[in-house]
Design a protein around this ligand. Structure first.
Ligand code: ADP
Length: 334
């Protein structure tokens, strides 16, 4: 329930679409990125040209897709949405690029996962609005240049460091999204509760905000589960009691840690005496894939100071012992 990636269920997609802010003015949080984007877009509008390509980086669920849609809306331009993993051949990209209308926004989610040949085609297209279509094979192959209408790429990545430098350099502006403050999450939840027609109290929303790991997608998801609880067991109001009971039912504790987070900390402290221990050993101990531990649990645990990454592996920070009600062994921890 606290996985920041979207769940593969239709309801989540539909609700998310309904809850997305539609303009920069309506978008709570990320004041710096909002101001930077607003400047870039306004300047382009005044020049009457397409803006520079835009890269949005940051963990999942913080609003990259939402901002890409807002960019298109602010430019009053159509948007085409695709993702790195969906483009495995340069031909896939060529057909998308050649069908873009003038000024269209091309949103490339998970741009770091695009196949190499497509990536190289994208550099050229972003720089010169041109693609070279290769016809034939071997020594007889020829490149036929194809002019493209000017467009704006909005790329999103959770791993800006994985983007090859030539691709990163083609973006005139990079916005770094950071985790949201509890106050901003409360604002987002208030807006979402209004849109979903959910009765609520400030304490109820504050309780959810405090357990949402700085992530709007998680906040909105927890709100829906608390609403469910309030409808079935409560008085139809998302209040403090409903939030506490529902989040306890879904194993989300008062710091926003879920079952997996606690299992990781528990393994670190009890089985490995605080660590350090390698990621794959830790993952086996909690019965999960290393990738899940690394992308779902670890960023939050490290950011909140429960866990540290050392050159020799993962280790429990003092806060982990405290949170589990355990006493750390005496002496140096890692
Ligand atoms: P990402 O692309 O970074 O994974 P999304 O843009 O898909 O994240 O956002 C996930 C969900 O969180 C969407 O339902 C969106 O409405 C909501 N959301 C994200 N950022 C905000 C924000 N600043 N204000 C309100 N809702 C937000």
């Amino acid at each position: 329930i606290v996985d920041p990636a979207p769940l593969p269920e239709d309801e989540e997609g539909r609700v998310e679409a309904a809850l997305r802010p539609k303009s920069l003015a309506e978008f709570p949080g990320q004041p710096r990125v909002r101001e930077q984007l607003s400047l870039v877009l306004e300047a382009a509008r005044r020049r009457g040209s397409t803006p520079d390509h835009i890269l949005l980086s940051g963990p999942p669920g913080l609003g990259k897709t939402t901002l890409a849609m807002i960019v298109a809306a602010e430019l009053q331009a159509p948007i085409r949405i695709t993702s790195g993993p969906a483009i495995q051949h340069a031909g896939d990209l060529a057909s998308i690029l050649s069908s873009l209308a003038e000024g269209e926004v091309l949103f490339l989610d998970e741009i770091h996962r695009m196949a190499r040949p497509a990536e190289e085609m994208l550099y050229l297209a972003m720089e010169d609005f041109r693609v070279d279509i290769i016809v034939g094979k071997g020594p007889g192959a020829t490149a036929i240049p194809l002019e493209l209408a000017p467009f704006t790429v909005v790329g999103a990545t959770t791993r800006a460091g994985l983007l090859p430098a030539p691709l990163r350099d083609r973006f005139g502006f990079t916005g770094h999204l950071d985790f949201y403050s509890t106050d901003d999450l409360r604002t987002i939840l208030r807006r979402s509760a209004g849109l979903l027609g959910v009765d609520h109290t400030n304490q109820g929303l504050a309780e959810i905000a405090g357990r949402s790991r700085g992530t709007p997608r998680i906040a909105n998801r927890l709100l829906r589960r608390v609403r469910d609880w309030a409808q079935v067991h409560g008085n139809h109001v998302v209040d403090h009691d409903a939030a506490q009971a529902a989040l306890a039912l879904f194993d989300v504790d008062d710091r926003g840690l879920d079952r997996l987070d606690r299992a990781v900390l528990d393994a670190l402290c009890r089985r490995f005496a605080g660590g350090p221990v390698g990621l794959s050993t830790l993952a086996v101990a909690v019965g999960e894939e290393p990738d899940t531990v690394e992308t779902v649990a670890e960023p939050f645990l490290v950011r909140e100071g429960f866990m540290v990454r050392t050159p020799r592996g993962r280790a429990a920070a003092p806060l982990a012992w405290e949170h589990l009600g355990l006493t750390p062994p005496p002496g140096e921890q890692w």
